[in-house]
Write a protein that binds this ligand. Structure first.
Ligand code: CA
Length: 328
């Protein structure tokens, strides 16, 4: 038998009404001998019906999700809901508090920690709680992402290309309802340990976003996040009201040629901005060596035609960094 989770919720998932509480995880440390990590959680329930599980700050330096979800938790009323909405606006709460992608406690990357462990690190314990306690309750799982401090994305809502085409169709329909300017049929570089994969393997409808990045949020991307999550809940029949559809442009990541990684350190220059058309063979970025003057920049060429969907954000780049993502 697997061990029970060390996390105890201060909310009752089966009680009607609005509850604001915590997932309390004991964490003994220098400044608090019998201390706990207190992860904020909100449950809004109104009778029988589907359950949506909504998360932000799976990576701690991505802000559209938390900005949309703290507000949703503050404003959502049970009378508007049929079923249950579980909101965890900052899933990797220690990372969110530190403003970093991974946890300052154990360096855990939440989205590489699934299925987690009840006797593992703090990050693994949180992942385990989602894996065994929260995901099984959900019909619809929505996990907000943005680029964080090192990437910037075109604003898109996304779901994965899946072997189960019925499950895939439900996810793509929810993506369409979100009505971001772009919608993505997504492929992963490395799907092992992801929350996405954990939810999909349980047969859940899993939807995510990339809404910007750079370690901050823009007015426009926050508007997209807030309108989009309401639309997805309406589409699922959980929130009353009609979906406010706006046109979306579907994008596809047809192969590994979408991704370009830096093979040198230096100063990064993008030769196209997000959303611009690029064609195969075009120079889409340059890396300038900064150790001395006089050397030519390394020219980076697109491996396929499409548009620039993501780019490295900081001005300097290191070997191995993801530099550009082209989508079609
Ligand atoms: Ca992310």
């Amino acid at each position: 038998m697997p061990k029970p989770s060390p996390i105890s919720p201060t909310v009752d998932f089966d009680r009607d009404g609005v509850q604001h509480g915590f997932l309390r995880l004991p964490y003994s440390r220098d400044d608090s001998a019998w201390g706990s990590v207190m992860i904020p959680i909100c449950v809004v329930r109104n009778g029988e019906g589907p359950t949506a599980l909504l998360t932000g700050a799976n990576h701690g330096d991505e802000y559209e999700g938390p900005l949309a979800l703290y507000e949703l938790a503050r404003t959502l009323e049970p009378g508007q809901v049929s079923g249950t909405v579980i909101i965890v606006p900052a899933m990797n709460y220690p990372a969110f508090r530190a403003g970093t992608r991974t946890s300052p406690i154990d360096k855990g990357n939440m989205n590489r920690s699934f299925p987690g462990r009840p006797d593992g690190t703090v990050t693994e314990k949180i992942a385990d709680y989602f894996q065994r306690e929260l995901l099984p309750r959900a019909d619809l799982v929505f996990d907000f992402h943005s680029g964080g401090r090192t990437l910037d994305f075109l604003p898109y809502c996304a779901a994965h290309i899946l072997p189960d085409k019925a499950q895939e169709a439900k996810a793509f329909a929810a993506v369409e309802a979100f009505s971001a300017p772009y919608s993505m049929k997504m492929r992963e570089i490395d799907a092992v340990g992801m929350y996405d994969t954990a939810a999909e393997e349980m047969g859940k409808v899993f939807i995510t976003t990339e809404l910007g990045g750079g370690g901050t949020a823009r007015a426009e991307t926050v508007r997209i996040a807030r309108r989009g999550i309401a639309n997805v809940l309406r589409h699922a029949g959980i929130l009353d009201g009609a979906v406010e559809k706006t046109p979306t442009r579907w994008l596809d990541m047809p192969s590994g040629d979408c991704f370009i990684f830096a093979e040198e350190d230096g100063m990064f220059e993008t030769m196209a901005d997000l959303g611009e058309d690029v064609h195969e063979g075009m120079v889409i970025a340059r890396i300038h060596s900064i150790g001395r003057t006089g050397g030519p920049p390394q020219e980076i060429r697109a491996k396929m035609s499409g548009l620039l969907a993501a780019r490295h954000f900081p001005g300097l780049i290191k070997t191995g960094d993801c530099m550009c993502v082209v989508a079609r």
